[in-house]
Design a protein around this ligand. Structure first.
Ligand code: SF4
Length: 325
């Protein structure tokens, strides 16, 4: 029996068995990551797809993931891999060296640990991230933020950017629909905004009737302003029926528009919609002069008005994020 301390579940894993996430086992009294060095697939994406709108906009990212998760979300949009315990799905061998080689080959500025929860395969992700650092490639984590306090520094020290899912602002929702709990996620968000150098953006998937009430969105937005700062970008994205919630409808676009209005009224400066066609909701406006600094069509950057690495070309206002000329 061994205790895993990677996430707040603190699973006690018996010899030969796996923890809640399905890919960490106990062999001869030690934790072994069953998915090390293997992936379900690699893809070259625009960075906007992670989604990150203030981290080298328009650049390419090499994305890869694995199987398993430390949540069990009834609405999981990636459930075929995240809920899988079938190691035969990991068909592609990908050592850290091979990942970096592919990133260079496809001229990717960064590598993303994504598709399923990278915290549960930290040993593998961090070996890739270390090599990326040495080779001048940025690293990105798309994560639920459910990591133990003792592992936070080690993991995020090697991440240049993170998009953290804030699945709801209700602990009841986390317990009922994710088999998890909220506080460690809020703690990770505070940590990233206040005590790390990782660039942070937040995503909330809006699920009809479950987490989309105006009162909850107001509370969530005010919490973000107070705890992370008004300049932290938030993405409200559309749910599509999946996994155990196939009887619900997709998120109406009006819900996403309304969420954006609520967050802007609460004081957030960079509020985006996602998974829908909404050029206005995917545009970055200068918080000072209101001009368009970056316009996008879905994941494509159409207009780019940032000078001196981070300044609005029209008024010189600094735009939060990490940019190139
Ligand atoms: S990472 Fe996996 S095995 Fe470790 S505590 Fe979390 S769910 Fe359990």
């Amino acid at each position: 029996m061994v205790l895993c301390n990677f996430c707040p579940r603190s699973c006690s894993i018996e010899e030969g068995k796996v923890g809640f996430c399905g890919i960490r086992t106990c062999q001869n009294g030690s934790i072994v990551l069953l998915s090390y060095g293997q992936t379900t697939g690699l893809a070259v994406d625009p960075i906007e797809k992670k989604p990150l709108n203030h981290f080298y906009p328009g650049s390419r990212v090499l994305s890869f993931g694995s199987i398993g998760c430390n949540f069990n979300c009834r609405f999981c949009q990636n459930w075929t891999t995240a809920r899988s315990r079938d190691l035969s799905q990991l068909q592609i061998a990908a050592t850290p060296e091979q990942i970096v080689e592919q990133a260079k080959r496809f001229q990717c500025q960064s590598v993303a640990f994504t598709y399923n929860e990278p915290i549960i395969w930290s040993e593998y992700a961090l070996d890739v991230a270390r090599l990326c650092r040495r080779e001048g490639i940025k690293t990105v984590a798309a994560s639920n933020g459910f990591i133990s306090e003792e592992k936070r520094d080690e993991f995020f020290d090697l991440m240049d950017a993170a998009n953290i899912d804030l699945k709801s602002f209700s602990d009841d929702f986390y317990r009922t629909y994710c088999h998890s709990w909220l506080e460690p996620v809020l703690e990770t968000l505070r940590y990233l905004a206040r005590r790390s150098r990782t660039w942070l953006e937040v995503t909330t998937l809006l699920i009809p009737t479950l987490n989309d009430s105006e009162s909850e969105l107001e509370l969530l937005s005010r919490w973000l302003v107070r705890n992370l700062g008004a300049e932290t970008p938030i993405h409200f994205s559309a749910f599509h029926p999946a996994y155990q919630l196939t009887t619900l409808s997709s998120t109406p676009v009006q819900t996403l528009f309304r969420a954006r209005e609520i967050a802007i009224s609460a004081g957030l400066r960079f509020v985006y919609t996602g998974n829908i066609d909404d050029p206005a909701g995917q545009t970055t406006y200068c918080p000072q002069c209101r001009q368009t600094v970056i316009s996008r069509q879905r994941y494509r950057v159409d207009e780019y008005n940032i000078d001196n690495e981070s300044c609005c070309r029209f008024c010189g206002q600094t735009i939060a994020g990490q940019f190139e000329e």
